[in-house]
Design a protein around this ligand. Structure first.
Ligand code: NAP
Length: 299
């Protein structure tokens, strides 16, 4: 199996991959895609369950998405995951979208149905719910939550999930305030948009149980924590969706403040586990998938 395939390979799938065993029947579409750890995670799950299929990377450019999706049934695919830049654009090419994904306005999991049509859903939100449970020992729906970066793709998915779970308070902050206001208008009370200033952050952190970082601040080496340690307190729960390192700047600052914190690797794992369940039913082999994910990090 190659590190990644392209649209031109997908057009001649049997010819190009006919000698790969087990056959490749799942993929992640992205641009770029080479960094994706999804194959290691899903292939570990497929092997654990004894399923005769493999999962690969497909480098699909923005203007290739429609054709690539249309080729999936003929190429014998079970489904696919979508990452940047396809999560929003795919909505217009897929016939059946789950209601929660419609509300989020983005999909990350595609299913090839028995009749060859496509359906899609979004497992990022459910993945976060499980991650908060497993890493922070808390039930998302019972928490007062502040979402930093609520106007971005991941932040929006998280904000919608907070509303679906019934969180008693959902405070939306975004560098560009209008985007958070738009999400708050769509979700309605108790979601509210608040301007992001050092003063508002300090006040909000006194009034919530959990803060979730859905900005990309902290991904690049040397970037500071999106919230300084001084603004956090013992007992606060902190979830950083970034997973570039174990102690991301926010996780490090939170631990320094005595807060309980986790990075985004568990969200990646659980959104993948949920996708696996969408494709195959039953419970995903989460521990095998976790081992696959961590092994790939070391590779
Ligand atoms: P996106 O749609 O481009 O959104 C980026 C967000 O970050 C926007 O809200 C943006 O604010 C904000 N932002 C960027 N630079 C900032 C800065 N210097 N200060 C404050 N805010 C800043 O990206 P995305 O796809 O949602 O991804 C966002 C993050 O979520 C990434 O770190 C990604 O790794 C993570 N993520 C993790 C998982 C997981 O499974 N763990 C899944 C999906 C995403 P403006 O609106 O003002 O530009």
């Amino acid at each position: 199996m190659k590190d990644f395939y392209t649209l031109s390979d997908l057009r001649r799938w049997q010819e190009v991959t006919g000698d790969v065993s087990p056959p490749i029947r799942l993929a992640v579409f992205g641009d770029p895609v080479i960094h994706s750890r999804s194959p290691q995670m899903h292939n570990a799950g497929l092997a654990e369950r004894g399923i005769n299929a493999r999962y690969c990377r497909l480098h699909i450019k923005e203007d290739e998405l429609e054709e690539a999706l249309a080729l999936l049934p003929k190429a014998g695919f079970i489904g696919a995951n979508l990452t940047i830049p396809h999560k929003v654009a795919a909505l217009k090419h897929i016939g059946k979208i789950a209601p929660a994904a419609q509300a989020i306005g983005a999909v990350n999991t595609v299913v090839v149905e028995a009749d060859g049509s496509l359906s899609a859903q979004n497992t990022d939100g459910p993945g976060l719910v499980r991650a908060v449970q497993s890493e922070l020992g808390a039930e998302l729906g019972k928490l007062r939550v502040a979402v930093l970066g609520a106007g971005g793709g991941a932040g929006r998915a998280i904000a919608v999930q907070c509303r679906l779970e019934g969180c008693p308070r959902v405070v939306l902050l975004n560098r560009t305030l209008e985007k958070a206001q738009q999400v708050a208008r769509e979700l309605g009370a108790p979601a509210e948009a608040v301007p992001w200033t050092p003063d508002t952050i300090a006040g909000i952190l006194e009034e919530v149980d959990l803060i979730i970082n859905a900005t990309s601040m902290g991904m690049k080496p040397g970037e500071p924590s999106v919230v300084p340690a001084e603004a956090m307190r013992p007992g606060l729960l902190v979830y950083d969706t970034i997973y570039t390192e174990d102690h991301t700047p926010l996780v490090a600052a939170a631990l320094q403040a005595g807060a309980r914190a986790a990075n985004g690797l568990s969200m990646l794992l659980h959104q993948g586990a949920r996708s696996f369940e969408v494709w195959f039913g039953g419970e995903a082999p989460v521990e095998a998938m976790r081992r696959g994910l961590t092994a790939s990090k070391q590779a």
